[in-house]
Design a protein. Structure first.
Length: 137
């Protein structure tokens, strides 16, 4: 049985004068390879409807609990937001940006979940863990 997910993901990342735009595009594309990206007004913007690769990175890096904490801490109704460090993303690595903003700027991600519930979608991309291992619901 396959699950059906309806989500809208908006991605934005500033491009500073000291940066090469293509490197910022690459950073975003590394973490969100299915995103349709556009460069506009010193910013890279993207949209996608899947976080599968992002989820794979969370599993590979074993940071599911950290991700869940970020998603639920930044929840507003059917939407959650989070920020990632651009330099880490350029290396195909997820590093959440918390606290003081990163000097190179951040990749800001806004996820709106239409179906299923936000909790079920978070469980899909970053399942709860027990002893560091994902727990099947």
């Amino acid at each position: 049985m396959s699950e059906i997910y309806r989500v809208d993901v908006e991605i934005t990342a500033p491009v500073y004068d000291t940066e090469v735009t293509s490197r910022v595009v690459d950073a975003v594309a590394n973490v969100f390879p299915n995103a349709d990206l556009e460069e506009e007004f010193s910013e890279v913007r993207g949209e996608t409807h899947t976080l599968d690769h992002f989820s794979d990175l969370l599993h590979r890096q074993e940071i599911l609990d950290t991700a869940r904490g970020e998603f639920f801490a930044n929840r507003d109704g059917d939407t959650f937001t989070f920020a990632l460090k651009k330099q880490a993303a350029f290396e195909d690595y997820v590093n959440f940006s918390v606290g003081k903003p990163d000097e190179l700027g951040e990749i800001t991600v806004r996820v709106r979940v239409e179906e299923p519930s936000l909790e079920e979608y978070v469980d899909h991309i970053a399942p709860p863990t027990e002893d560091g291992r994902p727990v099947d619901a």
